[in-house]
Write a protein that binds this ligand. Structure first.
Ligand code: GFP
Length: 833
């Protein structure tokens, strides 16, 4: 390490055994001490939560020691480039289990807790997960920080410490009801507040120009008020490696000294109002799939966490003796979607206004630091903010955006003279009507790399919404196919399967998922297939019990578990699966003695509170379930369950129990999907369209081991261009007509023929997601699924091959791709440092 760096060297960690020992005795002692000194309890009068807290603090102590060593090693080395993963969402899931796996002390902790008279499973079930994300995007961020630590990539995840995460969902009378998520109510043992690292963020006011001592024209921002960001750090341990990174989430507080004037003038209420206004910024996570148009608070959140994080990163950089303009040598920033893309302008502001770096130099630094991941082609999801709102909240940042845009458009017109269409499409400012700041354009201008999240998605991005950008900056475009962490989603969630795999091929695979290939020969081994089947059956029994507990519905564990869990959205087409259920129900009604494969349809997922159609789909699922589940003709051969409050905790119980994974989005709409990967890793077969990562999953597992149906993305586009007519399809398909008529008859709505009309009318007259076009293909494919299911050996052979061929979809591989293609960083082995 570098001797010049002594000023950043920290004291080494204390090595008192009770805070670091990994053996059963040390763990027991540490738990008892935490229980007493932190929770004020002892082992005979403890509550479950106090015990959970004591166990978690015990684990947290051990993580901190690794974090401390990692950061010492990193900060001692001037040549390390760190990754800053900026994301408005981190859907972390419960922490205790994964940390025990990463530290490799699951067995020791189980024993320690048992010797104290408790069960580790019960303690783990006590954890309230931090639901600081909506769905795929937030969960991806969580998988990525896990994999960065496991790949020994020095990294910090930066985000917002929402006091209220995604709402809890309960189902009342078949409808979704939202309940506020109070995840912090019982305390959070995984975080440490770092008030000494607080930073301030400006809002409102105006800007002024002035001449600095060298007679240069400079700008300063005179804000109306400032908000303080307090960082809360959560250690992120690597899997069986000594590296431990951290997640740094910002909480907003009032900048105490700022509004004293109003207090002094006797306006106590105004001072309090300012405090409330400041604290509101990190109050609540916004659900997605809703128009964000007027949501001032959301823009404040974005700017708040981006500014806090960049200031923090600059402080770290300067502590290394770095020059401000060399910021990019220290940091690679990944912008997780456009939510943090104001970083491009904020970094410019910091460099130019605060450190007086020349514009051109600062621009080079900024572009060399930032990269942008796009997660969707849906036009309504492309963020844009009214220029007026920007001017009002962050006036100096808007001026900088105007300057960036002015210079950029000059470049565009010299590259493509006379192409006014291009100019107006590529401009950061949308001037077609009310003026907007287009966040994706800001990201594309200021980032050296732009990536999609699956091959198909990246191709479509290049052909469609980012086509102009490819012409301008072809070298910026990359694909990085998403991945998921096998530690959480196999080792922790599916111990039965993990143990079976370990018995068969050893235990290297969770850190090196390609190893799973060694399972391939076992697919032809009848004895192995039998063990595999019985692991699945056990998982299904556990889920069945939970379904009974949460919904009252009794399901048969040996029926096929046909599962669709994800956010509820029309493009994901949960209602296509409902049409299939009704078709099967009709077949039974027409011939009650029909030979039909028993199936349990399990749905789960939240709808955005303001997304009416999605909420109506939930109601439809529950209503169809009420009828089908209770009709004696069905003889329990079909069951329909809506599993309430789909979150990471519940997901971990659902994936391992699935037989069939529904990945049935309209081709071209699902950027990647990540649930699809979690299902296959746990040995479910997929029925899916050629959409998102399904394409690559099918490529990996083999066409014969994947149930493909439906139009391709190109066919969807063609059909739309040629005047797609859903009603025509309806008129010509009897089964489909019967299904739709059954819904419209009021059969599922106590005779109310209007309740589901918004759904059926939309399908018949508009059908933007092409359910009608795919219906018969889907039904035929589902019939094939049922045929295959009857051959248990064949089904399990296919399922084992799915598991064996999932290596590509470890988030470790995705992170390696980011490191090589985009960040240009290498693993940093702290033992060798
Ligand atoms: C979005 C996309 C998904 C993609 C994830 C992660 O998910 O297709 O897999 O991001 O890249 F739509 P949501 O956040 O919308 O669930």
């Amino acid at each position: 390490s570098n001797a010049n760096n002594s000023k950043v060297k920290r004291a080494s960690a204390p090595t008192i055994d009770v805070r670091s020992g990994m053996d059963v005795e040390s763990l027991k002692q540490a738990i008892t001490e935490h229980l007493f000194y932190q929770q004020g309890r002892n082992i005979v009068n403890t509550s479950l939560n106090d015990l959970y807290m004591a166990v978690s603090h015990t684990v947290h102590d051990r993580l901190l020691q690794h974090e401390h060593k990692t950061m010492n090693a990193v900060f001692d080395n001037n040549n390390v480039r760190l990754v800053s993963y900026m994301s408005a969402e981190f859907l972390m899931g419960p922490q205790l289990g994964v940390n025990l796996i990463d530290l490799n002390i699951m067995a020791e902790m189980e024993q320690a807790v048992q010797e104290l008279g408790f069960s580790l499973n019960t303690i783990m079930a006590q954890e309230e997960e931090p639901g600081l994300g909506n769905g795929g995007l937030g969960r991806l961020a969580a998988c990525y920080i896990d994999s960065m630590a496991s790949q020994q990539i020095p990294a910090i995840g930066y985000g917002i410490r929402y006091e209220f995460g995604i709402f809890d969902q309960v189902i009342r009378d078949g409808w979704q009801v939202e309940i506020t998520d109070k995840w912090l109510r019982n305390g959070n043992p995984w975080e440490s507040a770092r008030p000494e690292l607080a930073v301030n963020v400006k809002f409102g006011g105006h800007t002024e120009s002035y001449l600095d001592s060298n007679e240069y024209l400079r700008y300063r921002w005179k804000p109306d008020y400032m908000v303080t960001g307090i960082p809360y750090d959560t250690p992120i341990m690597g899997y069986k490696v000594p590296s431990c990174n951290f997640l740094r989430l910002w909480k907003s507080e009032a900048e105490e000294s700022f509004d004293f004037s109003s207090f002094n003038q006797g306006d106590y209420y105004k001072a309090v109002e300012y405090k409330v206004k400041s604290e509101n910024i990190s109050k609540v996570l916004y659900p997605n799939d809703e128009m964000l148009g007027g949501k001032k608070l959301r823009l404040k959140q974005q700017y708040f966490f981006v500014s806090c994080s960049l200031q923090d990163m600059m402080n770290i950089h300067l502590r290394f003796d770095g020059k401000p303009q060399d910021f990019h040598k220290r940091w690679a920033i990944q912008l997780n979607d456009t939510h943090p893309s104001v970083a491009v302008a904020e970094l410019m502001r910091i460099l130019v206004d605060e450190y007086h770096v020349d514009w051109d130099v600062a621009w080079h630094t900024t572009c060399s630091t930032c990269s942008y991941t796009n997660h969707t082609l849906l036009p309504e999801a492309l963020e844009k903010w009214p220029v007026g709102l920007f001017a009002y909240l962050i006036p100096r940042v808007l001026e900088i955006i105007f300057e960036i845009n002015y210079r950029f458009l000059k470049e565009v017109s010299s590259r493509f003279p006379g192409d006014n269409g291009k100019l107006s499409r590529m401009s950061i400012i949308d001037e077609s009507g009310e003026k907007f700041v287009r966040m994706a354009n800001l990201a594309c201008v200021g980032c050296c790399a732009i990536n999609g999240v699956a091959e198909l998605h990246t191709e479509l991005l290049k052909q469609q919404i980012l086509h102009d950008w490819v012409e301008m900056f072809p070298e910026r475009f990359h694909n990085v196919t998403n991945g998921v962490t096998p530690r959480r989603f196999v080792v922790l969630s599916n111990p039965g399967l993990s143990n079976l795999i370990i018995e068969s091929i050893g235990d290297k695979w969770p850190g090196k998922l390609d190893e799973l290939r060694k399972l391939e020969p076992f697919a032809d081994d009848a004895a192995f297939r039998e063990k595999f089947r019985s692991v699945k059956l056990e998982n299904k029994k556990i889920l069945a019990a939970l379904i009974k507990e949460r919904t009252g519905v009794v399901v048969n564990p040996s029926s096929m578990f046909d599962v669709q869990v994800k956010r509820i959205h029309e493009y994901k087409r949960q209602h296509l699966s409902v049409l299939h259920i009704i078709a099967l129900y009709l077949r039974i009604k027409q011939n009650p003695d029909i030979d039909i494969v028993p199936r349990t349809f399990i749905f789960g997922g939240k709808a955005a509170p303001g997304y009416f159609s999605a909420k109506l789909i939930i109601k439809l699922i529950n209503s169809v379930g009420d009828v089908v589940n209770n009709d004696p003709d069905v003889k329990d051969r079909l069951k329909v369950v809506f599993f309430p409050d789909f979150n990471v905790t519940n997901a971990q119980l659902i994936y391992p129990a699935a037989d069939l994974s529904e990945q049935i989005s309209t081709a071209g709409k699902e950027a990647s999907g990540t649930g699809n990967m979690k299902f296959s890793m746990n040995g479910a077969l997929t029925i899916g369209t050629l959409d998102g990562a399904n394409v690559e999953i099918r490529e990996e597992v083999g066409n014969d081991n994947f149930f493909l149906f439906g139009l391709t993305a190109a066919q969807v586009e063609d059909a739309k261009r040629n005047g797609y007519n859903p009603h025509f399809i309806y008129d010509n398909n009897e089964e489909l007509r019967n299904v739709i008529s059954m819904i419209n008859s009021g059969r599922f709505s106590n005779g109310d023929t209007n309740l589901f009309k918004p759904i059926t009318d939309n399908l018949l007259w508009h059908d933007p997601f092409m359910l009608m076009a795919d219906f018969s293909l889907y039904i035929a494919c589902q019939d094939l699924v049922a045929e295959t299911w009857k051959n248990t050996a064949e089904w399990n052979r296919m399922a084992i091959l799915n598991v064996a061929r999932m290596g590509k979809f470890s988030s470790d591989r995705s992170i390696q791709d980011y490191c090589e293609k985009i960040w240009k960083v290498k693993p940093f082995n702290i033992r060798k440092a």
